[in-house]
Ligand binder design. Structure first.
Ligand SMILES: Nc1nc2c(ncn2[C@@H]2O[C@H](COP(=O)(O)OP(=O)(O)OP(=O)(O)O)[C@@H](O)[C@H]2O)c(=O)[nH]1
Ligand SMILES: [Mg+2]
Length: 378
């Protein structure tokens, strides 16, 4: 027997409270092997949502209410509600759920029954077979939801999970939510979900996706803020920026970008615009300029924790040059082939130019980690 607390943020959801509470009164007592309670987290809604909840509290001992003095967003409501559910209500599991019936209460038992199967994170999923988003959503909202979710899956390196932006799920408290510092939650808005998902997966949570049909809002008004995409991208960036592995790669990419900019400027000026040099020679000389910049920036910044100092710099710089020469050789060969195919066509030559750089990027990152700064890819 574990205790599940459904944390349900509400803002101006007065209309749906009576129906929600009565749906819960039908469903919760029928979940025999676990104790399930409901906690409304209301931000002093002007429509009096909290007062209506209070009325029902007299009748239902499993109904709880936490009132925040001001509205700061969905993430902020969870950051208040979840610790309350764990500390005051002694929850073993936390359920996230919307108040507007888009997360059907009838699906609660299907999620809860997975608790006994050894999972840590049980997620109602719109993007697995059997799951869906509302048909009548505008094409923009569908696109944003599908693409936003896809971008989050890929950039957070969780391609195996199909729905990372949904808000209907169950999370294990012990070893997971009880170790999360809510003061570090990266978004007070809808993007809080991405942070929690990322945290759970990093903690090694066993994830189960249960298909469900995201319903239509039946009463009240949408609180979703239009520009949620930007907030989502901000959270993804911050999450990855705090991930040392990714951070190093991002730094490498930034340094490579400055080198590439220097090299490209040189290439464009001397071969595309003025024809002072042939494309292959311009690439090589521009590359030499980039090498010095890249070595210096990588040593001082990207690989700071493995920084090479003193006399060793000379040897390492020599090695770095060898790596870069290998890179240049690859670029030279590719560009020679390009010259053959392009016959003076600037667009085709640029395609070969950037193609060669992509090959070289992957090879370089590997060699820097393995042989130059010897991080063994940690
Ligand atoms: N306490 C609190 N609850 C919020 C806040 N913003 C949203 N909510 C609640 O969070 C849930 C989800 O918000 P919705 O506006 O339904 O967002 P959505 O489901 O993405 O959008 P719709 O499809 O238009 O309903 C609802 O239960 C809201 O009442 C907030 O700032 N504070
Ligand atoms: Mg909704």
């Amino acid at each position: 027997m574990v205790k599940v607390v459904i944390v349900m943020p509400s803002y101006n959801e007065a209309e749906s409270v009576p129906r929600m509470v009565s749906a819960m009164a039908d469903i919760l007592p029928n979940i025999k092997n676990h104790q399930v309670e409901l906690l409304y987290v209301d931000d002093t809604s002007p429509d009096g949502t909290a007062d209506i909840v209070r009325q029902f509290q007299k009748k239902y001992p499993w109904l709880h209410l936490l009132v925040n003095s001001k509205k700061e967003g969905l993430g902020a409501a969870y950051a208040a509600g979840m610790p309350y559910a764990m500390e005051e209500l002694k929850a073993d599991w936390l359920m996230e759920m919307d108040a507007d019936f888009q997360h059907p209460p009838a699906d609660i038992p299907r999620l809860i029954e997975q608790i006994d199967r050894g999972y840590d994170y049980i997620v109602a999923s719109r993007y697995v077979p059997g799951g869906s988003i509302p048909n009548n959503w505008s094409i923009d909202r569908k696109f944003l939801s599908v693409v936003g979710n896809l971008v989050a899956r890929i950039t957070l390196m969780m391609p195996h999970i199909h729905d990372v932006t949904g808000g209907f799920k169950l999370s294990r408290v012990k070893g997971f939510m009880d170790e999360f510092d809510f003061s570090t939650l990266l978004s007070k808005r809808f993007a809080y979900k991405i942070h929690l998902f990322f945290y759970m997966v990093q903690k090694g949570a066993k994830v189960k996706e249960v298909p469900f049909a995201f319903g239509n809002r039946e009463e009240g008004e949408s609180k979703i803020i239009k520009n949620e995409m930007q907030e989502t991208l901000r959270v993804i960036f911050l999450l990855q920026w705090h991930n040392p592995k990714i951070r190093r790669f991002l730094k490498f990419a930034v340094v490579g970008g400055t080198g590439l900019t220097l090299q490209t400027l040189f290439f464009e000026i001397t071969s595309v615009f003025t024809h002072i040099l042939t494309p292959s020679i311009a690439t090589v000389i521009g590359g030499e300029i980039a090498i010095i910049s890249n070595f210096t920036l990588n040593n001082l910044w990207t690989f700071k924790d493995y920084q090479v100092t003193g006399a060793k710099i000379i040897g390492k710089f020599f090695q770095f040059n060898l790596t870069s020469l290998l890179a240049l050789a690859i670029q030279f060969v590719v560009l020679r082939i390009g010259e053959f195919f392009a016959r003076g066509n600037g667009l085709i030559i640029q395609f070969f130019y950037f193609g060669a750089i992509a090959i070289v990027l992957v090879a370089n990152y590997y060699i820097y980690n393995k042989f130059i700064w010897k991080t063994s890819l940690k």
